[in-house]
Design a protein around this ligand. Sequence first.
Ligand code: AMP
Ligand code: MG
Length: 443
Amino acid sequence: MSDLKRLPPSDPIYISGSLHVDQARIAISDLVKDLLAESQGRSESDAIECISLDQAINRILAKDLLSPIDVPVADNSAMDGFAFHGDCLGNSEDLVTLKVVGTAYAGKPYEGSIAPGECLKIMTGALMPSDCDTVIPQEFTEPPIPSDSSVVSFKQNRVKRGENRRLRGEDLQSGKPAITAGRLLRPSDLGLAASLGISELHVHRKLRVAILSSGDELRPLGQALEAGNIYDSNRYSLIGLLKRLDLEIIDCGIVRDDPTSLKAAFIEAASKADVLISSGGVSAGEADFTKQIMQELGDVGFWKIAMRPGRPMAFGVLKPVQGAKHKTLFFGLPGNPVAVMVTFYQFVRSALLQLNGASQTEPPMMQAIAENPIRKRPGRTEYQRAILVRGPDGKPTVKLTGSQGAGILRSMSEANCFVILSHEQGNVAAGDWVDVALFDGLL
Ligand code: AMP
Ligand code: MG
């Protein structure tokens, strides 16, 4: 059965109608699921590697990380204050006075016992003695006491029994998953693993992603431009986008618009890579050319997507070549520099994460107020480049970055987010709330 069995037929779509962005995303995700199901038979050693914790940022966890210990490992104090047994607490404002019999520090527990009428000066993180269950924070004592005082007083109802104490296993229990498989590992995950004493993690091996730029007009950096030439910028945008995901990049350079060179480049890339991303050569005039090659090399649909920028796009799989066992996922992105980044954001990023075993693949979205009116016609999804700031009333506000043409990379460079206007949406008035996708996550 064709790998594109669930895709809408490519030719009629390309020639007549346009594909809704959401339909395209579902079709892509379905195909990736098929590829994953096929690769399940391959040996695990190829797919998973064990790496040291300090190398694991942005990698994808391949097995649930089970906690070998309870966290916290023992009951301890959540505050600087005094630990005591809560029997003396009540509902009135009457004062309780307790004798301070010692001090417990984090890492230096108090060895003795605490009798009724006594308490222990205790620091945050210090072990709770077994005969105490409550901590009164230092600032709740009456009146605030000098640090060498031998007694401490506080109102009976100032704390409730059990307060300001962290219980053993409260965060995590031994044997339970601390981080589940599929997590794109962030700084907090590395810290969490370290807090459990774990120094190595099982992660999916890095995806190998080949990139190439196609177009006779393109010149590499360092070469002088002749009439009609431009520098190849797309490869550098793609390298930047891919580096954020910590993948292995195979740079196949610039390929001329002729069938022999293109075919050779596609075969070369498919033999080495899990995914090939090309830019250029898929717009109406040029698609026939690429299409012909793709018919020989794989099963690729040429789509006209109802979006702006980024309308034409090719997508599918290349057959295994040169003895390789794996198929290669192929994205033929449009040539326009902003369209490359938008289609990457909207389709490629999620597919790469999904193919690499991530469970959460969608970037987070938020809403902000449009500072200016935005012209928009229903029937396509638009990605406007904008700067998100805090408005005068404190609310998140977006302002578009100048001219929004698909070739104007500066609009992207100056922006820190996309304003995403949905398929059905019409004109936006100043003050309307709009969907926003930030370029950078915060943590
Ligand atoms: P195409 O999709 O090949 O028709 O290209 C659309 C527009 O994007 C044309 O103006 C191309 O010159 C431009 N373009 C294509 N590839 C690149 C590239 N790698 N870097 C910069 N601009 C490009
Ligand atoms: Mg071209």
